[in-house]
Design a protein around this ligand. Structure first.
Ligand code: PLP
Length: 405
């Protein structure tokens, strides 16, 4: 690693900061809640507490419909959604804005669906006009499901879900709108019912501030109807009893994820105590601070924000680029010298391509505040100075002005 002649030792001691787009920082309140003896899973406090989880998850998703919990990561949430609505041969229109959109489309294809990919590239949101056109052209109504990634974590592109719903309605198409909200949930505004989303999936380790291990699927009554139309559903992924159990074990189709549920309860309390509007506003302001720094650094420098238009940027994650291999150098410097771990540049280039070392991401999802974001940005600025990466001066001050309000 390159070092200045004046190098005096690492400043990475103290609490480290994992600023990657999931898993995110787990608050002490969540960790402490999880530090509990294994509870009785047949009756008592855990069973009673668990009844409060689905209603509060639905409040945060802004839905009056249904919710199911799975012991799984985000990929499990993906499969859970598809298992309940797709039969082999069903038509899927996959709207793709990055690596995760491709991954979900791959899964649909592996499950035997007839997948049409509409790829918007690595730096643009979904274009609702193209969606409307494709749906109008589907005169035989072969498309059963439209899948969209709300925030593609690889590119940090934010998609306009209400505009996609409007395009579907304008085409008069009956397909279900199914959204991957794994990165955006609890960070970017999301209103499932008002936006006409039929299924939304998320997972515990991003805006929900938990360790990985829990997945969530929210589904409308229309989606539940589609489930009832399937000849066969994989029993583990079937959402029917999970969403409306007669007995406690049916929430999880087996043993409850005991300590995870304590952590989830604490995380939901934190979000609801702060208020979802306030949580979204906090993520908005912190994201704008990051964008302000990035734009100043870009001016006359080598750094670029991947998504040019702020209207299409996520408030959970920001993807950036530097001339290769400076992004990898910067990540290594920050971890070794400043105790900050940044995200790799996922999906922008293959890992054996030299261009891979030209991308990085900042995760700013969940349990983040002003000093964490300013600390990460100040460390990035220090790293660019240490590594002689050209950048416009004053990025950190630009961020501070956003934080100052
Ligand atoms: C993180 C993420 C996933 C995958 O989640 P895993 O827990 O890694 O399986 C899928 N989609 C999006 C948008 C994500 O951010």
């Amino acid at each position: 690693m390159m070092r200045k002649a004046t190098y005096n030792g690492s400043l990475a001691g103290g609490r480290s900061y994992l600023a990657i787009p999931g898993p995110s920082v787990v608050p002490d309140r969540v960790l402490n809640a999880m530090h509990a003896a294994s509870p009785n899973i047949y009756a008592g406090a855990l069973v009673e507490m668990s009844e409060t989880l689905l209603p509060d998850l639905k409040r945060i998703a802004r839905t009056r419909h249904n919710a199911a919990i799975y012991i799984a990561n985000g990929h499990g949430a993906w499969e859970a959604a598809f298992a309940n609505i797709l039969a082999p041969g069903d038509g899927v229109l996959a709207l793709i804005t990055g690596r995760f959109g491709h991954g979900w489309a791959d899964m649909a294809a592996q499950l035997g669906a007839d997948v049409t990919r509409m790829d918007f590239g690595r730096a643009s949101p979904i274009d609702p006009a193209r969606v409307e056109q494709a749906l109008r052209a589907d005169t035989e109504r072969r498309i059963k499901v439209v899948v969209a990634t709300h925030v593609d974590t690889s590119t940090s592109a934010l998609s306009d879900l209400p505009a996609i719903r409007a395009a579907m309605d304008a085409a008069g198409h009956p397909a279900l709108l199914v959204a991957d909200c794994i990165a955006s949930f609890g960070c970017d505004r999301f209103e499932m019912d008002a936006w006409g989303v039929d299924i939304a999936v998320t997972a515990s380790q991003k805006g929900l501030m938990m360790p990985p291990g829990l997945a969530f699927v929210f589904f409308s009554d229309k989606a539940a109807e589609a489930r009832r139309g399937l000849a066969r559903v994989s029993p583990y992924w079937d959402w029917t009893l999970r969403a409306a159990p007669d007995q406690f074990y049916q929430y999880f189709f087996g043993t409850a994820p005991t300590q995870h549920l304590y952590g989830l309860r604490a995380a939901l309390d934190m979000i609801l105590d702060e208020g979802t509007e306030a949580v979204w506003a906090r993520h908005d302001r912190l994201a704008r601070a990051i964008w302000a720094a990035g734009e100043v650094w870009a001016d006359g420098g080598a750094l670029r924000l991947n998504i040019a238009d702020p209207a299409h940027r996520s408030r959970a994650v920001t993807a950036l680029s530097l001339p290769t291999p400076k992004a990898s150098d910067l990540r290594a410097w920050l971890e070794a010298e400043a105790g900050v771990t940044l995200g790799i540049g996922l999906g922008m280039a293959e890992s054996d391509d030299p261009a891979w070392h030209g991308y990085f991401r900042i995760g700013h999802m969940g349990h983040v505040n002003a000093h964490m974001v300013l600390g990460a940005l100040g460390s990035i600025e220090a790293g660019m100075i240490a590594l002689d990466i050209p950048h416009g001066p004053g990025g950190l001050s630009a961020a501070a002005r956003v934080i100052a309000g």
